[in-house]
Design a protein around this ligand. Sequence first.
Ligand SMILES: Nc1ncnc2c1ncn2[C@@H]1O[C@H](COP(=O)(O)OP(=O)(O)OP(=O)(O)O)[C@@H](O)[C@H]1O
Ligand SMILES: [Mg+2]
Length: 278
Amino acid sequence: MPDPTSELPAVILEALSPTSQRRILNRRGSAVWDVETGTGRYAVKLGYPIAQTSEWPAQPWTALAPGREGAVFQRLDVDGIAYGEWELGTWNIQPWHEGPDLYALWEPCRAKDSTIEPYASVALSCAQSLARLHAQGWAHGDVQPAHFVIGPDDTHLIDLALAHGQPLPPGYDFPYRGCLVHYEAPEISRSILERGVAEPTPAADVYALGASLFISATGWRAVEYPDDASRTEQRCAIVNGAHRPVNMASRLGALIEHMLSYDADGRPRIDEVVLALS
Ligand SMILES: Nc1ncnc2c1ncn2[C@@H]1O[C@H](COP(=O)(O)OP(=O)(O)OP(=O)(O)O)[C@@H](O)[C@H]1O
Ligand SMILES: [Mg+2]
C-alpha cells in the first residue's frame, strides 16, 4: 500500500509554498513535517485513521487530532496557525519551535554514576509554559517530556490536540480517553478504567509535569510496573499503588513529591510550582 504521508498534500503546498520540507515522523495515525518557507519555519501535522492491530484498537480519532489542535490554537489566539482537511483526515500548520525536548536535554543527568543535577531553571521554564496555558483557562491533557521544547529564549509546550477549556467545532472534537499512561494522574487512570473516558484538569497536568521531571532527571517512571504491562495493567498499578520514592537530592525532589500527590487536592497549583522554582 502506498505511504499516504510520504508527500505533503496539495492543500499544504498551496498554503505554504515550501522552500524545503522534511518528514520527521510518521506513527500511530500522525505524521509531522518540518517545512521552511520564504517567511518562516513551520511544523505541519497530518492525521489519518489507524486500523486495529494486535497492539492497538482501531483509532479513528487520530484523523481528527490535528484539526482539533488547530481549533485549540485558534481559541488561544496563537499566531501563524491554519488547519483543515485532506484526503485521509485533518491537518494543521503551526510555528516551528527549535530546541531539544526535556527528556533529551536532561540525558546527562541520567547517565550511569552521573553527578549532574537537573537545572531548576529548566524545570521553571516548563512550569511557566504550563502556567500560561492554565491561566488562559485550559488543561493540556497530554503533558509529557517530549512535549516541552526548550528553546534558547523560551520553553514551548506543544501538542495541544487533547487540551480542554472551551467548546470546539463538534466535527473535530472527540472524547478524552487518557494520555501516555506513565504520566496519567490516578484519578484519570481510574476514570478511564471505570468509564472509558476522563476529564483533563490542571491538577492532573501538575501530576504529569511532576512525573515528566522525575523520569527526565532519573530515567524512572513515577509508578512501578513491568515494561511489558498492558495499558490496563499500567492504569491499575497507578490507581492501586504508590509512586516510587522521589530520591532526588535537590529541592526539586520535595516539589516533585508534592506534585505526585495521589489526591488531586493535595497537589500544588501550577502557580505554586512556578513560585517554588523561582
Ligand atoms: N511546533 C513544533 N515545533 C517543533 N517540533 C514539533 C512541533 N510540533 C511537533 N513537533 C515534533 O514532532 C513530534 C510529534 O509532535 P506531537 O507530539 O505534536 O504529535 P503527535 O501526533 O502527538 O505525535 P506522538 O504520537 O509522538 O505524540 C514532537 O515530539 C516534536 O519532535
Ligand atoms: Mg504527542
